[in-house]
Design a binder for this molecule. Structure first.
Ligand code: BDP
Length: 714
């Protein structure tokens, strides 16, 4: 024991002295494996005296390397690999090498695992059992999560299998290295130096994703360039696939509909043209020769100016099915996005995807899954769930969340997305009566689908901290964890993340989790209270622009969404308006048809109401709006105070980043509040409620602000 302590202190001293070792800058994410205190280190050591693995595949090597590195980091002693379980060992086993495991293996499926404290020949061991090496890797990460978060490591009896099959990141990364809506620097894919140079970041990316159960990644932007389907780019994608394969992560590509025309001079991209179908088949064959486990294609078609099958008077199903036939022989899938709205369609934008897709239910091939954004507009701070969930029982639907916070303060605002994910997953569609949650739609259980998926638009870039801020890492983490287990609470996930990212010390975890849990609601309050949406300024979507009315397409203008005038505010989506409520199941349509039965958080999403409308609080709508703005700003000030009190417990660099970002957020929350109030007051001419401060500047001052070089533009 003493000797071990000495070695450990020595290694820490060496670490501190060795050049090139950096302070905590966030690169290590939630996989820091920081030294535990002596008592905890002893507990971890006793449960990891040695590691037994059923072979030496690349995946098992990844698992045992991670366990060794982690235990060494936390305790100072690296456990040895051994051939047979000894007392205190971590014993990784599959039915192939250990036929009579005391676990119901079938329930684990291909990716799941069990972790059990048991005995082998009278010796206590921790068994990690799975049907595949990938399952063991996931199990190893789970055990490491327990070790890092201070959990009891005795008497473990855990079984875990993912509820959703495809758990993917969508990178909106361009071939020139920029990232659409990316706020963490350039793309992590160094296309120029691929395939020859595969930097260490790719492996760390795979480790991080495997640790939270992500099993696929779409490498390029949905606004795709045809070039990513040329031979050199296929080779580059194949190089990445080789790095990710041991971690159970498949690669996918976004494709441009007109690629056959752009790359090989075909005269048309009509999906019914045999030459077009033959081109895609040959292209798929070529990709699968380079990447035998290639996942498939993601398609944005007939959306925001992208070409698609409707250009040839064909449907989305015609297009999807043609591509599906090309990848089918290889086991590939097509993820067809439902994010569509057309410039020549005067109907409420929130209704258009449903109108296009609902009639196609039952027409898609069995290897097509339709990818639907969580809400009907576009990743707003809050939207009711998308009406397509529950409305296409014959079609597998996958969820698209946006991890990168295009509309939630991007990299500098602390707005933890766990509560947003949870709110959407728990939302009840009533498609088959009460309890038909969105989670049950996408996990396939509601309608009996086997093809299931969930995607998150990645917030990853080349910044040292990967995500543009330490706290944005939590959104990546939460996405993966909740994709694996849609029943996890945002609070529980935040706890794990905070413990691993900062320290398991409750003096850190409790206040950090408290900050995180209210932070998204605070952003709703200072940006878009009471169901408002899409009032962000043009292009960058960063700051407020509720006055904007000059953009080419009506539905790009904030005034289209809030419809404020002297008499009132809000978008009437009831029968007297666009009737979007009728796209929801009858119990919801009825509830949302009347202001009194509509939850106030969605009030102005569904109703146009007079400024004098009475809220449940007794406030008028206008006074209530102002109070929401103020509450949002006050929450950020509270976060600043909480964070300041943590200074002694957080390393300097990560403390300073968050401190600075909270200062920015405080200033900008005020900007949001003041600009919004100045504008709406110019419309309604009403006084502010008692005690509310006047905006710092007049409306013209806010209108004059411009940010041509804000990051993430498309
Ligand atoms: C919006 C983004 C735009 C994307 C589009 C999409 O502003 O950059 O291209 O969604 O999802 O959120 O296709």
């Amino acid at each position: 024991m003493l000797a071990r302590l000495f070695c450990w202190m020595l290694s820490l001293a060496c670490l501190a002295l060795s050049p090139g070792v950096h302070a905590e800058d966030g690169y290590d994410l939630w996989l820091r494996y920081a030294p535990a205190d002596a008592a905890r280190a002893d507990v971890i050591s006793r449960h990891a005296t040695a590691i037994v693995a059923p072979g030496d595949s690349a995946t098992l090597k990844a698992a045992t390397d991670e366990l060794q590195r982690a235990v060494a980091g936390m305790t100072g002693t690296k456990p040895a690999l051994s051939a047979a379980p000894s007392s205190g060992a971590l014993w990784l086993a599959t039915p192939k090498t250990a036929p009579s495991l005391p676990v119901k293996m079938q329930a684990l499926g291909p990716e799941g695992y069990a972790i059990r404290s048991t005995q082998v020949e009278g010796k206590p061991v921790t068994l990690i059992a799975a049907n595949s090496d990938i399952g063991l890797l996931h199990g190893a990460y789970h055990w490491l999560r327990l070790a890092q978060t201070g959990a009891n490591l005795d008497a473990l009896d855990i079984m875990s299998a993912p509820k959703i099959g495809l758990r993917l990141l969508n990178h909106w990364d361009n071939l020139n290295g920029t990232v659409e809506r990316g706020y963490a620097g350039q793309s992590i894919w160094d296309w120029w130096r691929l395939p020859d140079y595969k930097g260490p970041r790719y492996t760390d990316y795979a480790r991080a994703n495997a640790s939270i159960g992500i099993n696929g990644t779409v490498l390029n932007n949905v606004n795709a360039k045809a070039d990513s389907l040329t031979a050199p780019y296929i080779a580059k994608a194949a190089a990445l696939a080789d790095v990710f394969r041991p971690y159970g992560i498949k690669v996918y590509l976004s494709v441009k509909w007109t690629a056959p025309m752009e790359l090989d001079g075909l005269k048309t991209a009509d999906p019914m043209d045999p030459a077009v179908a033959a081109w895609w088949k040959a292209k798929a064959d070529e990709i699968y020769r380079a990447i035998p486990d290639f996942g498939g294609f993601l398609v944005k078609a007939n959306s925001e100016g992208q070409p698609g099958p409707q250009d040839y008077k064909r449907t989305h199903a015609d297009g999807a099915n043609m591509l599906a036939a090309a990848v089918k022989p290889h086991g590939g899938i097509i993820m067809w996005r439902a994010f569509v709205y057309a410039h020549d369609n005067p109907d409420d934008r929130a209704k258009q995807a449903y109108s296009d897709f609902k009639p196609l239910d039952g027409q898609f091939a069995d290897n097509v899954i339709v990818q639907v954004k969580n809400g009907a507009i576009d990743f707003q701070p809050r939207e009711p769930f998308h009406p397509l969930f529950g409305a296409m029982p014959k079609t597998p639907l996958m969820m698209e969340f946006q991890i990168t916070k295009e509309y939630l303060g991007q990299s500098t605002h602390l707005t933890y997305l766990g509560p947003l994910f949870q709110e959407v997953l728990e939302a009840d569609t009533y498609a088959k009566g009460k309890g038909s949650t969105v989670a049950k739609v996408i996990d396939g259980s509601l309608d009996g689908h086997r093809l299931t998926g969930i995607a998150g638009v990645a917030n990853i870039g080349v910044d040292r901290d990967w995500s543009g801020s330490i706290f944005n890492q939590a959104d990546w983490y939460a996405f993966g964890r909740m994709a694996w287990d849609t029943g996890l609470s945002a609070d529980a996930v935040a706890r794990e993340w905070a413990a691993m990212t900062f320290s398991p010390d409750p003096r850190v975890v409790d206040p950090v989790v408290a900050m995180m849990m209210g932070s998204r609601e605070a952003a709703v309050d200072y940006m878009t209270p009471l169901g408002l949406a899409h009032v962000m300024a043009t292009g960058h979507h960063y700051g407020p622009g509720p006055w904007i009315s000059n953009l080419a397409r009506p539905e790009w203008n904030p005034v289209y969404y809030h419809k404020a005038d002297a008499a009132g505010i809000g978008f009437d989506r009831t029968r007297t308006g666009s009737d979007a409520v009728s796209q929801y199941a009858p119990p919801l349509a009825r509830r949302w048809a009347k202001p009194a039965t509509t939850p106030e958080q969605d009030l102005l999403w569904f109703h146009h109401l007079p400024w004098t409308y009475r809220l449940k609080s007794g406030d008028t709508l206008w006074d209530g709006m102002v109070h929401h703005y103020d509450r949002g700003v006050a929450y950020v000030a509270d976060m600043q105070r909480s964070w300041d009190s943590l200074r002694p417990l957080i390393d300097a660099e990560r403390f300073a980043q968050t401190e600075a970002f909270l200062r920015i957020q405080r200033r900008e929350a005020q900007w949001w509040r003041d600009a919004s109030i100045a504008y709406f007051q110019s419309v309604n001419r009403l006084p502010l409620p008692a005690g509310a401060a006047a905006p710092e500047h007049d409306l013209n001052w806010y209108k004059a602000l411009s940010f041509p070089y804000a990051p993430g533009h498309n």
